[in-house]
Every structure is written in structure tokens, then in C-alpha cells.
Ligand binder design. Structure first.
Ligand SMILES: Cc1cc2nc3c(=O)[nH]c(=O)nc-3n(C[C@H](O)[C@H](O)[C@H](O)COP(=O)(O)OP(=O)(O)OC[C@H]3O[C@@H](n4cnc5c(N)ncnc54)[C@H](O)[C@@H]3O)c2cc1C
Length: 444
């Protein structure tokens, strides 16, 4: 059943807004603009039809849509990979823009979409699809690229990074969310096998993935990581199911069960699981920041359009300051944060050793917090500006109105990040003098 009411006109973005166009932003250099312009053209020519087909499926209720969605998502990831847009880990020398900056520009564009001068319409972005790209292309490919031996690289990196197979990164468990040290999934390692037993939850791409990097405890001890080839989801004793989310409706966020799944010992990655998972943390935070900014841009475009056209009390909505001010305040903030983001990604590309810097990781964490909060705020303003329409599927669906709500938790919950950020600021080591002052008092 189609849920759309014929009385409601779709909100159609009809006006180019220079302040919301990254290609017009003076912060990007010529090479970055060229890369971004090519990617926008790729979205318009190769993905737009698929993205619209996904949007269409979200209007239906009481009809099975999951298999259709899965096929479209798989097709999109393949197209991205064929054009070097899925993972940016390989073939670095072929590009004039660094891999982290490329990753961030793709993320921004895929979430935000863009006004097309060519066809004079808005080409939609989709944060769920970008989440799937991030999970496979970055959260899976980067750690595998970091630790894989030649055999593992050939077998478990190239099919994903080059050919676009779907992949996932499985860390979160029912009892180990923010507190990742509480992970319980056991990886029992024998001479020739690894036997995985345990459950994972909230795993993006989990139920459509061909490959999963699975984190767990090696023989119930230290954390490790193993690659699971799901044999196209037919692997014995492995089960996966979709978790129904209210936002991110085209991302296959899943629950996974490993009921003594047997894996070849060659699939085990060498090294500590936490190091494998977190060595690319700074990049991940920056790319999520780019996603959030792309998403905020999209929400602002929709709020702007609606405020321009909707009339109430014989005025257009934008004539009321209460509607106009939050939109322009958010646009100012968006452009400031974009400047910070591009400077961080460029610097990290130039000096890869910064990936190991604690201060850089903290600054990327700060950016992740501010950008996802901005996306959240822009979504809230959009919801307010649209009145009752924001509440129904017909309008919230093309805008992806609730996506930003999920991302206050994805990639590290904002409260946890804020707590550790503020703790670090107030970390206090007493001076020798202070210690000496205290010791005599204790002696007394
Ligand atoms: C859309 C989406 C996609 C995801 N994809 C993946 C994926 O691909 N792979 C994967 O492994 N995981 C994934 N996750 C899981 C995500 O990493 C977890 O949701 C996140 O780590 C938080 O864990 P939790 O949900 O158990 O929340 P909890 O840990 O239960 O936290 C609940 C609340 O308490 C707060 N809190 C917890 N500890 C502290 C603290 N020390 N100080 C202050 N506040 C605190 C949190 O910020 C949060 O607001 C995804 C999540 C979402 C929403």
C-alpha cells in the first residue's frame, strides 16, 4: 500500500543556494573541486535512479521490500567500487587528492546530494547508503589493509576494495556497547581452526555482508580479530537478521549469531584486536563528520525551500524571523565546520603519522561531536519548519529526517566522547611541591 496522499505536493528544491554548495566553497582547491565535481556527476548519472528506487520503496507498508532493497544496495556498492569510490585504501598514487580527503568528500556528497545545473533539479543524497559504504569500504577495509598478510590481502581485501563485495565490521555486543572492553564473543583458536561463539548487535551491512571483520576474545583472553567469509550468508551455524530502525532505513543494521562457527585459522589477523579496530579511528571520526555535514546541508536546503514557498497568515514562512534565523545560523556553522574538516583531512593525508597522535584523535572526536549535533539540530529545525508534514513518511522519507538521530551513537556515542573529552581537559597530575605539602599533613 502506497502511503502518499495525493493532496500533498512533494517539496521540490528549485533554487540553487551558493552558501550550501561545497563546489563553490573557497576552502577547496582546484584538484579537490575536480574530484568532487566528478563524483557528483557519477551520482547523477549512475546512482540517482537507484537512490530514487530506494526512496520509493520506503513509501510502502504491508509489502515486502527487504529483498528489493538489498539488491539495489549491492548494485550501488559495486558501482562505487568500480569507480574507486567505495574504499580509498588502494591505489593511492593514482590520485592527486589524498585518500582521507577523498573519503570525506565522497561521504559529504553521498549524504547531501546536490543541485544539478545540468538537469536543474536536486539529486538526492542518502546517509544510509553512505553508512553501508563506510562500513564496508573503511571500517572493514582499513583494518584488513593494516594487518593482512599477502594471502589475506588477496582473499579478503581485493574482492571488497576492488570489486565492491559487501563487508561489515562487528564489534558491538548486547553487553559491550560503549564499553568495548566487555566484549564476550569467544574466538577459540586451535591448530587449524578458529571457532567463533557469541552474538553481535547493530552491525551495519551484517545481514547482506559477504565478509565480516569479527572482533572477540582469543580463547577468552585478549581481544583479537578474524575474517569471516559468510559464503553469501550461507555459512554453517551463522545467522543474521535485520534490526528495524526508525532512521537509516536503507542501511542493513543487523543482529548476528555465531553458534560455534568454524573458520580456517589463516583468517585470523595478527595483533591486538583493539589496535586493529582503533588504529584508523581518526579517519573514521573525520569521515562521520563529513557525513553529518553533508546531511546537515541537505536538511538546510529542504528547510530553506519550504520556508520560501509555504504561506501561512498571508506571509511566506521565511518572513518570520523565528523560521529564518535558525536556518542562517546553521549555514554559518556548517561552513565553519567544513573548513576545519578539510584542513584536518588534508593534514592527515600529508602527514600519515598524525593518525597516531592523541591530540589529533581528540580533535577529530570534537569534530565528530559538533558535526553530528549540527545534523541533529538541522533535522530538528527542518521538522519544526515543516509542521505536520515533517511527521509523515511522505515528507520525512526523501529528507531522511531521522537519520541524524542514529548518528549521535554510531561511531561512538556523543555522551561517551564528551565525557572523555572533558575528562582529558581536567586531567590533573599534582606537582612535587603539592605532594610534599600533603605528605607531612598525612604524617601528622
Ligand atoms: C546507525 C548505527 C550503526 C551502527 N553500526 C555499527 C557497526 O557497523 N558495527 C558495530 O560494531 N557497531 C555499530 N553500531 C553500534 C554503536 O557503535 C553503539 O550503538 C555504540 O557504541 C553505543 O553502544 P550502546 O548502543 O550499547 O549504548 P550504551 O553503551 O548502552 O550507552 C547508552 C547511553 O549512555 C551513554 N554512556 C555510556 N557510557 C558512558 C560514559 N562512560 N560516559 C558518559 N556517557 C556514557 C552513551 O553515550 C549513550 O547515550 C551502530 C550504531 C548505530 C546507531
Amino acid at each position: 500500500m502506497d502511503t502518499r496522499l495525493s493532496e500533498f505536493e512533494p517539496i521540490s528544491i528549485q533554487k540553487y543556494v551558493q552558501e550550501l554548495d561545497l563546489l563553490a566553497n573557497p576552502i577547496l582547491n582546484a584538484k579537490e573541486k575536480e574530484f568532487l565535481a566528478d563524483f557528483y556527476e557519477f551520482i547523477e548519472k549512475n546512482l540517482d535512479k537507484d537512490l530514487r528506487a530506494l526512496e520509493e520503496l520506503n513509501y510502502y507498508v504491508e509489502e515486502p521490500t527487504q529483498d528489493k532493497k538489498r539488491d539495489i544496495v549491492i548494485k550501488i556498492m559495486k558501482k562505487l567500487a568500480e569507480n574507486g569510490y567505495y574504499s580509498t585504501t588502494l591505489n593511492e598514487n593514482e590520485y592527486e587528492v589524498g585518500k582521507i580527503t577523498r573519503n570525506a568528500l565522497i561521504a559529504y556528497a553521498l549524504c547531501g546530494g546536490r543541485w544539478s545545473d545540468y538537469s536543474e533539479r536536486y539529486i538526492a543524497g542518502n546517509w544510509s547508503i553512505e553508512m553501508g559504504r563506510l562500513a564496508g569500504g573503511t571500517l572493514y577495509c582499513n583494518p584488513v589493509n593494516y594487518k593482512a598478510n599477502d594471502y589475506q590481502r588477496e582473499k579478503f581485501l581485493n574482492p571488497i576494495a576492488k570489486d565492491g563485495a559487501i563487508a561489515a565490521s562487528a564489534m558491538t555486543e548486547f553487553n559491550a556497547g560503549s564499553d568495548i572492553f566487555r566484549m564476550e564473543l569467544n574466538l577459540q583458536v586451535t591448530d587449524d581452526k578458529v571457532i567463533a561463539k557469541g552474538k553481535k548487535v547493530f552491525i551495519t551491512n551484517g545481514m547482506i555482508a559477504d565478509y565480516i571483520i569479527l572482533y572477540g576474545r582469543i580463547n577468552n583472553g585478549p581481544l583479537g580479530a578474524v575474517i569471516v567469509d559468510t559464503e553469501h550468508q550461507q555459512l554453517k551455524n551463522f545467522r543474521s537478521a535485520r534490526i528495524r530502525t526508525y532512521g537509516m532505513r536503507d542501511a542493513f543494521v543487523s543482529r548476528l549469531i555465531f553458534d560455534r562457527v568454524e573458520l580456517p585459522r589463516e583468517n585470523l589477523l595478527q595483533g591486538n584486536g583493539l589496535d586493529i579496530a582503533f588504529h584508523q579511528l581518526t579517519e573514521e571520526r573525520l569521515v562521520i563528520g563529513a557525513e553529518a555535514l553533508g546531511d546537515a546541508m541537505k536538511k538546510l536546503l529542504y528547510s530553506h525551500t519550504y520556508a520560501l514557498h509555504r504561506r501561512q497568515f498571508e506571509q511566506r514562512l521565511h518572513e518570520y524571523q523565528v523560521i529564518r534565523f535558525p536556518i542562517s545560523a546553521n549555514i554559518r556553522q556548517l561552513n565553519l565546520l567544513l573548513t576545519a574538516l578539510i584542513n584536518y583531512t588534508r593534514e592527515l593525508d600529508k602527514r600519515p603519522e598524525l593518525g597516531g597522535s592523541k591530540l589529533m584523535a581528540a580533535q577529530a572526536m570534537g569534530l565528530k561531536i559538533q558535526t553530528t549535533e549540527l545534523a541533529f539540530e538541522a533535522a530538528t529545525h527542518c521538522f519544526r519548519t515543516m509542521g505536520g508534514r515533517g511527521f509523515i513518511r511522505q515528507y520525512s522519507n526523501p529528507i531522511g529526517l531521522l537519520d541524524a538521530y542514529c548518528m549521535l551513537h554510531g561511531g561512538g556515542s556523543n555522551y561517551v566522547l564528551e565525557d572523555s573529552e572533558s575528562r582529558r581537559l581536567f586531567k590533573y597530575k599534582p606537582t612535587r611541591r603539592e605532594l610534599e605539602d600533603v605528605i607531612p599533613k598525612i604524617d601528622l
